[in-house]
Ligand binder design. Structure first.
Ligand SMILES: C[S@@+](CC[C@H](N)C(=O)[O-])C[C@H]1O[C@@H](n2cnc3c(N)ncnc32)[C@H](O)[C@@H]1O
Length: 378
């Protein structure tokens, strides 16, 4: 399975689209907003350019894509007003893999430009937005052309499934599982970690060539607090998906071998793993590296009033399970469809919703979102 070819969020604006089911990622963006604003301000203090290169990596489609850009422009606009100097010309690049629904973003651009004109008097000569298809695990932009880089909910996707997982088709290493699980052998855990280190290091190196000295970067992605890569906080969404698939295999609806030969190109690193790749690669200084809890259904509060919240909105565990299944489906369906076939998707996500609902009745399900801000060294 070539990730570059098969990974894309569900396209369009329909019921199962990413545009309609990206509330968790929206929450993740909002959690990092104050860090993003602070980093843009610091970036402009050190280096106020005439023309500012900005990139959002893994932009996908739907309302989130332009939400970050809008926040960035607000901050740059406020800074230029405060300093009483002209706004830099803004070169905004939206990057994702070639299969991304870029058209969905492009269609919303005229309205976005109109709003810029009305609210900030920024005309077409002040802000140039373009799409850049390609993998962020490699060069995407000219040397020293970027001042600010952002990426949200994307860097937990690896460039490929670790090759060793396919080495022996007759003896699958990760039997009955589709990601790291507490039954996975050590070799699976090690293979995922080395793939993450290779990919993340290449990401850092590529950005270091594209960014100016003192340029800033804010990245947020799924991670974990535990040092154990098979901890629930980083694996449970995949564990339940594997259970849903296995229940279908037991009824003969899919072949078990198909499950054994599928592994997610995903890794949720620990804070320490992230820190050590950045330090070893050496091109960036870490300004902050923080972890946030995000509820699986995204819109819930992250305080302790959880029971009050579920009572208030009258959501039962099953409807929350359905909502989570929709958010996960919008993200992983493209990959699963290629491997297992389109015809099983409705049944698979129905079973998944039930398993998630049941999990909610036992625990407060949460992801760990890591946010790291960095400055390009001189
Ligand atoms: C869950 S979406 C996040 C989208 C958006 N940033 C948001 O916060 O809503 C993850 C995006 O990362 C993209 N992605 C994954 N691997 C990538 C890569 N190597 N290069 C560029 N984009 C990638 C996916 O195609 C997908 O659109």
């Amino acid at each position: 399975m070539e990730v570059v070819q098969v990974l894309h969020m569900n396209k369009g604006e329909g019921e199962t689209s990413y545009a309609k089911n990206s509330v968790v990622q929206k929450k993740i963006i909002s959690v990092a907003t104050s860090i993003i604003k602070e980093e843009v301000q610091k970036c402009l203090e050190k280096n106020y350019p005439d023309s500012m290169g900005i990139a959002d990596l893994g932009c996908s489609s739907g309302p989130n894509s332009l939400m970050v850009i809008s926040d960035l422009i607000d901050t740059i606009y406020a800074t230029s007003n405060q300093k009483e100097i002209p706004l830099p010309e803004l070169r905004v690049s939206l990057n994702d893999l070639p299969g991304n629904d870029f058209n969905n973003i492009f269609i919303s651009l005229p309205e976005f430009y109109n709003q810029l004109k009305m609210e900030k008097n920024i005309g077409p000569e002040g802000c140039f937005i373009s799409g850049v298809p390609g993998s962020f695990y490699g060069r995407l932009f000219p040397k020293k052309s970027l001042h600010f880089v952002h990426s949200s909910s994307s860097l937990h996707w690896l460039s490929q499934v670790p090759r060793v997982l396919y080495a022996n088709i007759l003896k699958p290493l990760n039997k009955g599982k589709i990601y790291i699980s507490n039954s996975s052998p050590r070799s699976v855990l090690d293979a995922y970690l080395s793939q993450f280190k290779r990919d993340f290091s290449l990401f850092m190196k590529s950005r270091s060539e594209e960014m100016v000295v003192d340029g800033h970067m804010v990245l947020s992605f799924m991670g974990r607090l535990s040092s154990d890569p098979s901890s629930e906080e980083s694996c449970m969404q995949w564990e339940l998906l594997a259970q849903a698939l296995m229940s279908m295999a037991l009824e003969g609806l899919i072949e078990e071998e198909k499950i054994d030969s599928f592994n997610a190109p995903y890794y949720a690193p620990s804070i320490q793993e992230v820190r050590s790749v950045v330090e070893e690669e050496g091109s960036f200084t870490i300004n902050c590296l923080e972890a946030f809890e995000i509820e699986w259904d995204g819109d819930a509060p992250s305080n302790n009033n959880f029971q009050k919240y579920t009572d208030k909105i009258g959501k039962n565990n099953f409807s929350r399970g359905l909502q989570v299944a929709k958010t996960i489906r919008a993200v992983v369906e493209s990959m699963l469809e290629v491997h297992f076939g389109r015809e099983i998707m409705d049944e698979l996500f129905k079973r998944y919703a039930e398993l998630v609902g049941d999990y909610f009745s036992r625990t407060r399900a949460k992801y760990i979102d890591l946010v790291i801000s960095l400055t390009k060294k001189g």
